[in-house]
Design a protein around this ligand. Structure first.
Ligand SMILES: Nc1ncnc2c1ncn2[C@@H]1O[C@H](COP(=O)(O)OP(=O)(O)OP(=O)(O)O)[C@@H](O)[C@H]1O
Ligand SMILES: [Mg+2]
Length: 495
């Protein structure tokens, strides 16, 4: 057995009365890729934040290379060679890529001035290693979520860590970017770096890890060698029972057109895009990251301006002035970035769930009916199976997957006629994923037109009635969900 670079013993952690980690032991060998998996809220990110010096454990010890350590801040963890890529992106939007990557560590000359040429050169090299050719002076605010995730990874790579923690690093990446990341993980491993890899995508867990540790409800269930186990056993360890990944039956019939988009164009991002969405159907948007799927959703929702095109809702031309205007017309958009147009992190679950539906709760005098709000929020908490099943926690204290469920609850509560969901199951565990699929199908069956944007082709093909394939700002094909293969979609996505 190779020596352990990291030894965790008896770690426990509570937040208030809520004990989220119970007596955790975990050893990471030098140069291994160690997957850490478990359901939403199992405690994965919390454990990693303890290793990364963000949270302090209540009990237990940590050893790095045989030396006992107690980190009081992330810098202290970094100094021991531990670097964390967070699940929730934490970049500063109005700084450049380079400023974010080398934040607080910019190369300076003897007068203390930043050496911009060097800063940009080193950032460019890191981004190129990740397969991205981009100007390091670009503001992070202008980047897609996928590229932001890569910037975050570049930042961790720049620290030359000996233990690299990747908390769901691939959730917003395209397939090509994911492949590049796997290659980098292989290279780092060959160079003796240990990697802790958190993911809900079991195929990738098996693709890259040597060993897999499973957390359930804050307890360590066990560690197994990837080559000695399989998906069924792992799911069983995660949830204590078997789960079959099943998609709900497709629409048996669809109604009239609810939304039609014609000739949507903007710069070179969107060119002459047209499609129709029917009542009761789930229409998929497939395509590579940057192919125009999210841009189209944002344009419809009124989040970004367009150069040309008409949007028709129930036969009437509409042009939403703002997101609120769109919501008032029954058009809702669940964003791929939970923080951006999505959740109020510092507010509680209840406030978030009703935040786009306050009109529903106003009495004739315009006063809010608080009892109605409470009942409704509680209903949706149960409905999407939020953990903990409570409408009072602050959203920022929910686990990543539960934030995603809270976001879905918010839009279900808004009674949409058209719901566009962008990566709806991002960071969501296998069980909850099946539940979200069934919520979306129920919504469609009740007469709503649903658009699903997803980078996971099996999800698109399993869930959707029709699939619009995007390619460089155009729709190159609209295919039947049934009977279409991933290869068919890829052909139109890359031709
Ligand atoms: N700062 C905090 N304050 C209070 N509770 C918290 C805090 N951070 C996490 N929790 C709670 O701790 C539990 C574990 O959360 P954690 O984020 O570690 O889960 P996770 O395994 O990473 O889940 P996911 O797969 O959804 O990311 C959850 O119940 C969460 O609500
Ligand atoms: Mg997490």
């Amino acid at each position: 057995m190779v020596a352990s670079v990291l030894k965790i013993k008896g770690i426990s952690k509570s937040f208030g009365v809520h004990k989220v980690l119970h007596d955790i032991d975990l050893e990471i060998a030098k140069g291994e890729v160690h997957a850490l998996i478990g359901e939403n809220g199992a405690g994965k990110s919390t454990l990693m934040k303890i290793i990364g010096g963000i949270h302090r454990p209540d009990t237990g010890s940590i050893e790095v290379d045989g030396e006992s350590v107690a980190f009081s801040n992330p810098q202290a963890a970094m100094a021991k060679g531990i670097s964390l890529v967070h699940q929730e992106l934490s970049l500063v939007p109005n700084l450049s890529i380079a400023q974010n990557v080398f934040s607080q560590r910019e190369p300076t000359n003897w007068l203390g001035f930043v050496k911009w040429d060097e800063l940009h050169k080193r950032t460019r090299e890191l981004m190129e290693r990740l397969g991205v050719d981009i100007d390091p002076a670009t503001m992070v605010a202008e980047l897609s979520v996928g590229i932001r995730q890569l910037v975050e990874i570049a930042k961790a790579l720049s620290m030359d860590a000996k233990i690299l923690v990747l908390d769901e690093p691939t959730s917003a990446l395209s397939e090509k970017e994911v492949e590049t990341l796997y290659r980098i993980v292989d290279d780092l491993k060959a160079a003796g770096v240990s990697i802790i890899f958190i993911s809900h995508k079991l195929p990738e867990v098996f693709r890259i890890s040597d060993r897999i540790s499973v957390l359930r409800d804050g307890r360590m269930i066990g560690t197994v060698k990837a080559e000695d186990t399989d998906t069924d056993e792992i799911i069983h360890m995660m949830v204590g029972r078997s789960i079959e990944e099943m998609y709900p039956p497709r629409a048996s019939s669809v109604g009239e057109t609810v939304l039609s988009v014609e000739g949507l164009s903007r710069g070179d991002e969107l060119s002459d895009l047209s499609f129709e969405l029917k009542k009761g159907e789930i229409l998929g948007f497939a395509g590579l990251v940057g192919s125009g799927r999210t841009e189209t959703a944002r344009a419809i929702f009124g989040a970004d301006p367009v150069d040309a095109g008409t949007i028709t809702l129930h036969g009437r031309t509409v042009k939403f002035k703002s997101a609120l205007d769109a919501i008032n017309h029954g058009v809702c958009y669940l964003t791929e970035d939970r923080k951006d147009l999505g959740l109020f992190l510092t507010k509680n679950v209840r406030t978030n769930i009703v935040s786009s539906s306050l009109k529903k709760f106003a009495s004739q005098l315009g006063l809010l009916q608080h009892s109605g709000i409470e009942d409704t929020a509680k209903y949706y908490v149960q409905h999407v199976k939020l953990r903990p099943a409570d409408d009072k926690p602050l959203v920022m204290n929910l686990s990543g997957g539960n934030q995603q469920k809270a976001l879905l609850a918010k839009w279900l509560c808004a009674d949409p006629q058209v719901l566009i969901v962008d990566e709806p199951t991002r960071g969501v565990d296998v069980g909850a994923k099946t539940e979200i699929h069934s919520h979306l199908r129920q919504l469609a069956n009740s007469g709503v037109g649903v658009i699903v944007i997803s980078s996971e082709l099996p999800e698109i093909l399993g869930l959707c009635d029709r699939v619009a394939v995007f390619n460089e700002g155009r729709i190159t094909a609209v295919l039947d969900g049934e009977g279409t293969t991933q290869e068919d979609v890829m052909k139109y996505a890359t031709m």
